[in-house]
Ligand binder design. Structure first.
Ligand code: TMP
Length: 237
């Protein structure tokens, strides 16, 4: 696979063209941002953990029947993935109250939710990724009702598979963010982006210690160590 010109540089990843128009290479950086880019920093080794963890999760989900963009890990930080047109919707699934949900609804962080909560946000940095509902998304033309229903169903299936997996390594899946894309080759909606401690809240099942990017967002220290702990429990480092 030949890495050609850079197509896009995001906050945590770079995306490169390849000789195949349907395949791109994702290169994971150690850069970290929070609060829509207001807080900036570096988490040493994060790119390696996020690359390997995302690939592990995508492979696990593929085995359980979820279509993803994953093709092949190329190096510690680089992976070949299917080229997609990202649906500009951040799909958030929550099992335990935390973060913006706790703040908005006045529910103490750590409170169990009686059922998983599914949220959609419009992926737009200038607007700060505002929460939207299906009719907003359809009305502004970013996805169809059928696409969003399908994305919601997939997100909830993925939720159970991820909860079950993390349980086996003593981790509680509090909440996470997913992104889906329209596959350039097959036209179908597939899971894309990443699944990592940047995009999930992961707590130790015994101590409820935070093992994710909240340690960076909240200046808690032990950020690198948390990412390494997750990777070691997953057996990928
Ligand atoms: P929130 O509680 O801040 O809304 O975050 C919910 C989940 O989504 C949490 O696991 C972190 C993840 N997330 C991202 O991956 N990217 C983002 O830009 C935000 C705001 C949250």
């Amino acid at each position: 696979m030949e890495k050609r010109e850079m197509l896009y540089e995001g906050k945590a990843k770079k995306v490169f063209k390849t000789e195949d128009p349907h395949v791109v290479i994702v290169d994971y950086k150690d850069d970290a941002t929070a609060f829509n880019g207001l807080k900036k920093g570096t988490i040493a080794g994060k790119g390696v953990v996020n690359n390997k963890m995302s690939n592990f999760m995508f492979k696990m989900l593929e085995e359980k029947g979820i279509a993803t963009h994953f093709i092949q890990e190329l190096s510690d930080r680089e992976t070949a993935v299917k080229s997609v047109d990202i649906v500009p919707v951040e799909v958030i699934v929550r099992n335990i109250a935390a973060g913006s949900l706790s703040k908005k609804l006045g529910i103490e962080e750590g409170t169990d939710l009686k059922c998983p909560v599914l949220e959609f946000c419009y992926k737009n940095d200038d607007l700060g990724d505002p929460m939207i509902n299906i009719s907003h998304a359809v009305a502004i033309g970013i996805a169809t009702k059928e696409e969003l229903d399908y994305i919601g169903e997939q997100a909830l299936k993925i939720n159970q598979l991820m909860i079950d997996y993390f349980k086996t390594i003593g981790i509680i899946l509090v909440d996470y963010k997913l992104e889906f894309g329209r596959c350039a080759k097959c036209g179908k909606i597939i899971l894309a982006d990443e699944i990592s401690p940047d995009t999930c809240r992961l707590w130790d099942a015994q101590t409820r210690e935070k093992l994710d990017k909240d340690r960076f967002r909240r200046d808690m220290g032990g950020v690198e160590e948390a990412y390494i702990t997750v990777a070691k429990r997953m057996g990928i480092l």
